[in-house]
Every structure is written in structure tokens, then in C-alpha cells.
Design a protein around this ligand. Structure first.
Ligand code: GDP
Length: 174
């Protein structure tokens, strides 16, 4: 059993992923950024284990606005006390703020699964995956998984990787 944080920039598909992983509409999905303002929690139980998922506000580069600062803080605080981080990226492009998120993850020293989203829209999938595999040289991601949160592609594989990284449940003694 363990805690899993879904993090990433605004609009990369965190809430869509959360809803599809959990099979229920917990988080609001929107084309507009900043709809998730607080941590949203959901629990998933499978044969492989039990996980508490946390959807987080998008991590944002522009800290001039109070709301952005608040959302960044909320997302950052999620990194405290989780067992696994799923870092969701928009596979269509790498944003300069992803570099900052990279540094935060490095400092947190947590196991990270890199989920490259929106593969349904990517034409040259091999080139994109090669780019992210290169990133693995810099940060030791546990796994790099291409997914489409919207079309439910590869989410079973992502879930298996997540469950495999969670701590064993405490045995219950009589
Ligand atoms: P969040 O801000 O990271 O939580 O992103 P949302 O889940 O609200 O999604 C932002 C937008 O991206 C919405 O319009 C989604 O429908 C769209 N989206 C999410 N996942 C995918 C995907 O796998 N493929 C495509 N094409 N669009 C997606």
C-alpha cells in the first residue's frame, strides 16, 4: 500500500489520467489550466496492491500571480510523504518549466515514473521516446511509459509499474 502523486505542468492531462486510472470522475478535466486547485485523492485496489492517488495542481513557471504561487506550493507539498511520483509530460513538447520540475524531483530523491502523455497525437513516436530516453541519463527514472490518458492507451502498463514500486503492505498478525 502506498501514496502516489501525479504531477506535471498545467494541461498535460493529470486529471484525465487520474480519472481513467481510478475509473471514476474525481478530478475536473478542462482545456483551461488551473481547474485543479487542491489535492484530489482517490484509492485504487487491485490484486497487485492498494494505492492512494493524488492529483495535484499543475506546476507553473509564472509565479507573479498569487494563485500560481499557491498552486505551486500545493503541488510541491505533495512530494512530501509519497512513495512514488508519476511525472506526466505532454509528449508533444518539452517546456522550459519541465526543467524546473526535473530539478525539484532530483532534490526530492523519490522514485519517479515518467509518463509521456498524448501519444495519440504524436506522429513520430520513436523520436519522442528517444528524446525522453536521453533524459533518463540525467535523472534515473524508474520507467518511461508512453500513454494516452484520453484514449486509455498503456494505462494498464503504467499501473503495473506503479504498483511494483509501492511498499509491501504490513502483515496483520492475529
Ligand atoms: P491537467 O491540467 O494536467 O489536469 O490536464 P487535463 O486532464 O484537464 O487535460 C487537459 C486537456 O488535455 C484536456 O482537453 C484533455 O482532454 C486533453 N488530454 C488529456 N490527455 C490527453 C491525451 O492522452 N491525448 C489527447 N489528445 N488529449 C489529452
Amino acid at each position: 500500500c502506498g501514496y502516489v502523486a501525479l504531477i506535471g505542468r498545467p494541461n498535460v492531462g493529470k486529471s484525465t489520467l487520474m480519472n481513467h486510472l481510478l475509473g471514476q470522475k474525481l478530478s475536473i478535466t478542462s482545456r483551461k489550466p488551473q481547474t485543479t486547485r487542491h489535492r484530489i485523492l482517490g484509492i485504487k485496489t487491485t490484486e497487485a496492491g492498494q494505492a492512494i492517488f493524488m492529483d495535484t495542481p499543475g506546476m507553473h513557471g509564472d509565479e507573479k500571480k498569487v494563485l500560481n504561487r499557491y498552486l505551486n506550493k500545493t503541488a510541491d507539498s505533495t512530494l512530501l510523504g509519497v512513495d512514488v511520483v508519476v511525472w506526466l509530460l505532454d509528449g508533444l513538447y518539452w517546456h522550459e518549466y519541465d526543467e524546473r520540475i526535473f530539478k525539484k524531483l532530483e532534490a526530492a530523491g523519490l522514485p519517479v515514473i515518467l509518463a509521456v502523455n498524448k501519444v495519440d497525437k504524436i506522429k513520430d513516436k520513436q523520436a519522442v521516446m528517444a528524446f525522453f530516453a536521453e533524459a533518463k541519463q540525467k535523472y534515473p527514472f524508474e520507467q518511461i511509459v508512453p500513454v494516452s490518458a484520453l484514449k486509455n492507451t498503456n494505462l494498464d502498463v503504467l499501473e503495473q509499474h506503479i504498483m511494483a514500486l509501492l511498499p509491501e503492505a504490513e502483515p496483520i498478525y492475529p
